[in-house]
Ligand binder design. Structure first.
Ligand SMILES: [Zn+2]
Length: 311
């Protein structure tokens, strides 16, 4: 992994991602264990059981995809289904940092056979994969229809259709009375040189994997997870993963200024404190009336500049 960027500090030592190859380098294997990420996401958003699983899977998927990008690039996984959870969005970078949010973390989704029913929570709709060269850079997007609404199969389908890379994705979690306690996943991709024999052999290996929840319960690491695929898996590198939110007051000030002076003036006049809350980490940014006055002044200057440019 790139050492120019500081590595994230994981919540647990087991929160890690490994990259490796199998079948003499013809198959790429990426595995992640991210218990701390999943627990933090659920706590930040006070998520119900279905929302906690959705956040966990989206974040795990983003971390796996993050291992396929580099430098300052970012990759987002967005699910827009018609289920009660609403939009789910996770974004990761190439260094194991991830954040995620769900529109309705308290959505009431009935259990199915006593377990979480993620497809019912997500519903039918589309998956969008969003790539950026860096934060705030324009996005490249690819969209596919949700086929299983369980994130894993949808992502496999996306990679096969949009990127034309034969891929398999497995995501899973262990759920205790207090919610998601362990989580992780695997991404297997055919590299140039791999053909039908490798694809079929990998399918057989994937189908013979134990349920990931069992694996997590036994305390396996990310490297153990990768090695479940076969004795020929070679681990190339390993790095930590963690929930990291990069929100800052300045960003919210810019969002407020972009609303324009009229909107800001009514916000200031209606309330003593205008508060912005980060959807990812729950941090609250408060602007008092005096600070709002400065932003209104900034918004007026911004408008005047735009007008002089259009004249
Ligand atoms: Zn934040």
């Amino acid at each position: 992994m790139d050492d120019k960027q500081p590595r994230p500090t994981p919540r647990f030592d087991t929160d890690a991602l490994v990259r490796g190859v199998a079948m003499d380098g013809r198959v790429r294997v990426i595995a992640v264990r991210c218990d701390g990420v999943s627990r933090t996401l659920a706590e930040n958003q006070d998520a119900g059981p279905t929302a906690a699983v959705a956040l966990s899977r989206a974040a795990t998927a983003a971390l796996l995809l993050g291992a396929t990008i580099k430098d300052r690039q970012q990759i987002g996984v967005q699910l827009n289904g018609n289920g009660p959870l609403g939009e789910i969005y996770a974004v990761a970078d190439a260094h194991g940092r991830v954040r995620a949010t769900v529109a309705d973390p308290h959505a009431d989704v009935p259990l199915r056979d006593g377990g979480v029913d993620l497809p019912a929570g997500i519903g039918a709709g589309r998956m969008t994969i969003i790539k950026r060269l860096a934060e705030d850079e324009p996005a490249f997007q690819g969209v596919t229809a949700l086929t299983a609404s369980n994130v894993a199969e949808d992502l496999s389908e996306y990679l096969a259709q949009s990127e034309q890379i034969e891929s398999a994705v497995a995501l899973g979690e262990l759920i205790g009375p207090e919610g998601v306690t362990a989580a992780g996943g695997l991404l297997v991709q055919m590299l140039p040189g791999a053909g039908l024999p490798e694809t079929l052999a990998m399918q057989v290996r994937l189908e013979s994997l134990p349920p990931l929840s069992t694996f997590f319960g036994d305390g396996g690491t990310a490297a153990d997870l990768a090695r479940l695929l076969g004795d020929d898996v070679q681990i190339m590198d390993e790095g930590p993963v963690a929930f990291v939110c990069n929100c800052e007051r300045e960003r919210y000030a810019r969002i407020l200024v972009a609303m324009g002076p009229d909107e800001l003036t009514s916000l200031r006049d209606e309330q003593e404190i205008t508060e912005c809350v980060c959807h990812f980490c729950g941090t609250r940014y408060a602007f008092d009336q005096e600070q709002m006055g400065a932003l209104i002044y900034g918004a007026k200057l911004h408008m005047a500049r735009l007008e002089s440019m259009s004249n």
